[in-house]
Design a protein around this ligand. Structure first.
Ligand code: NAD
Length: 255
């Protein structure tokens, strides 16, 4: 039996930034393959339309919501649309996240605030909007997308810092929401070969240097993020909450 048969799942950032399969897109497609009714959110209408087409072509069930999840009002509207379309969601996958340039000495105030707004505020606002329906439904699963940069010093001071906040948000919520039968976990991806980072690896020396850091000697795929998301969304992980789960080919444990 499919892992998510009949469940309603919201996925944010369900398009891909450019051609190909990003993390959010793969998760939306995988959730639909597992029998979920997927409400796919993105601020880019064309990008999320492609994801919806892919799901429908496979016979899956999907509706799209267009909006910017860094806005509380938009999150409220989007969750309302999802609820009107499919009923209350019991799976919320918070995928939206951006990298921004700048190190501690030079990052601008607006850039720093934008990183927090998109990477952290969006997760709070989506949870606030979705929680009442999830609680009324008797429970659910929230999955937040973090990064190994939240646990190690990677370039760009705001990216790792905001994702560190995502980790704390995840463990805090896990503790606070367990009594409502809501599990909250984070996936901590390493180097994943997605359209987001593909341009970086067009530079062969950067690509080789990054590959050498990974004990498994390859980059991950968005489908490998999606399979862990399907596990965390489903009852297969029924006693897992508050986990910050690396999906990184061993990057965090390398010698
Ligand atoms: N690819 C990697 O190597 C890697 C590694 C670690 C973590 N991550 C994390 O994965 C997530 C993104 O993965 P992806 O491949 O889906 O990226 P992506 O850049 O393809 O983004 C997916 C979609 O998010 C949408 N989006 C961006 N900001 C939005 C907003 N404010 N509101 C609504 N939609 C918005 C974009 O339009 C895009 O279609 C991020 O949280 C990122 O930090 C990626």
């Amino acid at each position: 039996m499919p892992l998510l048969e009949g469940r309603v799942a919201i996925v944010t950032g369900a398009g891909s930034i450019r051609e190909g399969i990003g993390n959010g897109k793969a998760v939306a497609v995988r959730f639909a393959r597992e029998g979920a009714k997927v409400f796919a959110i993105d601020r880019n209408a064309d990008a999320v339309a492609e994801t919806a087409e892919m799901i429908r072509a496979e016979g899956g069930e999907v509706a799209v919501g267009i909006g910017d999840v860094s806005s509380k009002a938009e999150c409220e509207r989007l969750v309302q649309e999802a609820t009107e379309t499919f009923g209350a969601a019991t799976v919320l996958h918070n995928n939206v996240g951006i990298g921004v340039p700048g190190e501690v000495g030079d990052i601008g105030e607006d850039t720093w605030k934008r990183a927090f707004s998109v990477n952290v505020d969006s997760m709070l606002f989506m949870c606030q909007a979705a929680l009442p329906g999830m609680i009324d439904s008797g429970g659910g699963s929230i999955i937040n997308i973090s990064t190994v940069a939240s646990m190690r010093a990677f370039p760009g001071v705001a990216y790792g810092t905001t994702k560190g906040a995502v980790n704390s948000f995840t463990t805090t919520l896990a503790g606070r929401l367990a009594r409502h039968n809501i599990r909250v976990n984070a996936i901590v991806p390493g180097y994943i070969d997605t359209p987001l980072v593909a341009p970086v690896w067009e530079n062969e020396s950067v690509r080789e240097a990054n590959l050498r850091q990974v004990p498994m000697r390859r980059f991950g795929t968005a489908w490998e993020i999606a399979s862990v998301a399907a596990f965390l969304a489903s009852d297969e992980s029924s006693y897992v909450t508050g986990a910050l789960l690396p999906v990184d080919g061993g990057l965090l444990v390398r010698l």
